[in-house]
Ligand binder design. Structure first.
Ligand SMILES: [Zn+2]
Length: 238
């Protein structure tokens, strides 16, 4: 390579070097943050229970293109599990594959919900994030909405998650975090801080496309993981 060729390539090489430095610095920062978080979260202080709604025989809401709510719920939940593991958080899943939460000879939605609720209530110092998708008779409604249980801490966690979902992913969304209706079994029957996140509408084809995409699922999981950390800090649990 002659001198001129070197000169031509210098800006590209400098940019590449800068990019590599940025990636290395980011990794060092991430690892240090993870170490700090890990050391601040002693085992047994709390356990994040992630509940991907529906599953197995029960696909939940089905979109026009045949996408199942249960699959989207699970995909987001598994990404949230990954991120939470990276942060050193103790985690439990009510299901981690395409099945209902228990073993039944005859599937019953009610028994499935009872079993999930038992898992939460049997977990010491649990914090529940249940993941679902919304549905409506018309295709217009869109946007995430967080519903929170009546138990202590639920409203704070719910509002934090909802605010961040809107601010970071969907600033046009005018929905607000609301108390979960009594008819929602799991949020009405657990005693720990508990929220149910409706990430979007299965009845809105544009939103379903986004919800089926890995990067949007990752963004939702990231917002939930970050919001939980904020809640833990604000509640002085961490
Ligand atoms: Zn659902």
């Amino acid at each position: 390579m002659n001198q001129k060729q070197w000169k031509d390539r210098l800006p590209k090489l400098a940019f590449l070097l800068m990019l590599i430095s940025c990636v290395v610095l980011s990794l060092i920062f991430l690892l240090r943050s993870t170490e700090r978080l890990g050391s601040n979260a002693p085992a047994g202080l709390y356990t994040l229970v992630i509940d991907p709604g529906h599953g197995g025989f029960d696909g939940g809401a089905i979109s026009d293109d045949g996408s199942k709510e249960s699959d989207i719920n699970l995909a987001i939940a598994l990404k949230l599990r990954c991120l939470s593991e990276l942060l050193g958080q103790p985690i439990l899943m009510t299901r981690s594959d395409d099945s209902a939460s228990g073993e039944y000879s005859q599937y019953s939605e009610h028994e499935d919900l009872v079993r999930r609720t038992e898992i939460v209530n049997e977990t010491p110092a649990a914090i529940l994030i249940s993941i679902h998708q919304n549905d409506f008779p018309t295709s217009q409604p869109s946007g995430a909405q967080v519903l929170y249980a009546a138990s202590e801490g639920s409203a704070e966690l719910g509002r934090r998650c909802h605010q961040n979902l809107i601010a970071l992913l969907d600033p046009q969304n005018r929905r607000v975090a609301e108390p979960a209706p009594k008819a929602l079994y799991i949020t009405s029957h657990v005693s720990c801080p508990a929220i149910l996140v409706e990430c979007g509408f299965m009845s809105n084809n544009f939103e379903v496309q986004k919800l089926c995409g890995g990067s949007y699922q990752c963004s939702i999981a990231l917002v939930l993981a970050g919001s939980l950390l904020q809640y833990l800090n604000e509640s002085e649990i961490l």
